[in-house]
Ligand binder design. Structure first.
Ligand code: ATP
Length: 457
């Protein structure tokens, strides 16, 4: 059966251009010139994809996106936005549009978009793939649903989560379950590239463009072309590189060092960091405009300590794998070991659990792993009790690490404010942060009184 597409545009010329392009791709089309007529067609026929203009005589493309999300969520819908209207593109992606194309419509970009939409409209066959993400807690099942949704979209996703929670595993799944699965997935650790090599790594260079450039080199953007570029530890990008990256993302082109021409690239962008990007922005280390572009949709990965019985499920699975690799019979986790694992806070999350088990398997001589083999730090607090200026509160039983740290942050801020008679400029200085950053934290901690007066006092 032929794929059926719905085209919505009030300009007959553009409708015709879209129809011709799609029909050449063996896709049958129906056209509508406004919101009402489009909604009527959606009721009447079964579509596999939809392409709508943003400005329609009786409404907007956003209404179409919302209606499709609500009533026909399986139909990928892409929006044609006005030239340079990035804000609108971000809005429609957030509302659930699968992708966007801006005017004047570039035919090669349109064809790529349509090809991806056709793939997305087919039922996912790679369901089994998400077994790579172990854990059957509700919180992980929710994450799996989110991943499947995000895989269909082309929107940039910012994956947040503490160190070792599985951000890269999630990024790979988003790629593997999506329409770009057959194309490259290129992970880049932004913190690991020396700053002087960064531009050449990302955008490539021509032979002879600088000392040491003995060959032409493709940049990561080109290597990832048609696939996914995963910027891990994106907060570690120097500001100068952030500007260049923003440009490449917005223009969808790159210029290798020493090249005369820009090269078009088609990538899906995923990014992650264990840092709080909003704080990085508030403290001036991360550009707000880049944050806005990469953070169109956010996926949060929960820390391991919040995943309940998943800890034991993961532990058993890692033990099975390790025992198999090392040619051992898989030992059991003693009930007390299970208790100890469930009560540990895992600041290093899944990666730390893997390391703990590897050590435990080395230390364990019998068929059972005992609590001692885990060598867990006696108290989580021992890791936090570095030299400190103010008394560190004792954690409550129910505190998560996050709550506990927030409490410390709050105490230090209140102490600094008390010491400076609530002069926030002086308090910020005392705490070694900018006024903006202090104000952000005060808001976050609910201590903000809405008075910004002392900025310059
Ligand atoms: N749910 C999970 N099921 C199975 N393995 C997992 C899961 N989550 C993480 N892992 C494993 O834990 C390790 C750390 O995962 P990953 O590198 O994706 O974390 P990360 O959040 O990207 O870490 P970092 O912040 O250090 O970059 C990897 O070996 C990964 O395979």
């Amino acid at each position: 059966m032929k794929t059926l597409a719905l085209i919505i545009d009030d300009e007959p010329d553009i409708r015709e251009l879209l129809e011709i392009t799609l029909e050449r791709m063996d896709i049958e089309c129906r056209s509508a010139d406004g919101v009402d007529s489009a909604l009527a067609l959606l009721k009447k026929e079964k579509f596999q994809l939809c392409l709508t203009d943003m400005h329609l005589p009786d409404g907007s493309g956003l209404e179409i996106v919302q209606a499709i999300q609500k009533h026909y969520p399986h139909i990928p819908v892409a929006v044609i936005t006005a030239y340079g209207s990035m804000d609108m593109a971000v809005t429609v992606l957030k509302a659930g549009a699968f992708d966007f194309v801006s005017k004047p419509i570039e035919l090669s970009r349109l064809r790529d978009l349509i090809r991806n939409a056709v793939k997305v409209s087919k039922p996912v066959t790679a369901q089994n793939d998400d077994r790579r993400l172990l854990g059957s807690s509700d919180i992980m099942n929710e994450l799996r649903t989110t991943i499947r949704k995000l895989a269909r979209s082309q929107a940039p996703v910012y994956i947040s989560g503490e160190s070792g929670t599985g951000k890269e595993v999630v990024a790979r799944l988003i790629h593997d379950l999506g329409p770009r699965a057959e194309k490259p997935f290129i992970p880049v650790n932004c913190g690991a590239i020396p700053s002087e090599l960064m531009e050449s790594e990302f955008f490539g260079h021509k032979k002879g463009s600088f000392t040491g450039a003995t060959e032409d080199k493709l940049g990561l953007f080109q290597v990832a072309n048609e696939g996914t570029l995963f910027l891990d530890e994106v907060a570690d990008l120097p500001l100068t590189m952030q500007v260049k990256l923003l440009r490449a993302i917005q223009e969808k082109t790159v210029r290798p060092i020493g090249a005369a021409k820009e090269i078009a690239v088609n990538i899906r962008l995923l990014s992650a960091t264990h840092k709080d990007l909003a704080i990085e922005v508030a403290e001036g280390r991360f550009r707000q405009d880049l944050f806005y572009r990469i953070n169109v949709i956010q996926a949060r990965i929960p820390p391991l300590r919040d995943r309940g019985d998943d800890i034991i499920e993961l532990a058993n699975s890692f033990l099975a794998k390790l025992s198999d690799d090392w040619g051992l019979t898989q030992p059991k986790l003693h009930p007390k070991t299970q208790q100890a694992l469930k009560h540990y806070s895992f600041p290093g999350n899944v990666r730390e659990l893997q390391n703990i088990l590897e050590r435990a398997l080395t230390l364990c001589e019998g068929q059972e792993i005992l609590p001692d083999h885990l060598q867990l730090p006696e108290h989580t607090q021992s890791q936090l009790s570095q030299p400190h200026l103010y008394a560190i509160p004792t954690p409550n039983e129910s505190d998560s690490l996050e709550d506990y740290l927030l409490n410390i942050e709050k105490n230090m801020i209140i102490k600094a404010l008390d010491d400076t008679r609530w002069n926030r400029t002086a308090a910020a200085k005392k705490l070694g942060m900018t006024f903006r950053s202090l104000r952000y934290r005060l808001k976050k901690l609910g201590l903000d009184d809405g008075n910004d007066e002392d900025e310059n006092s």
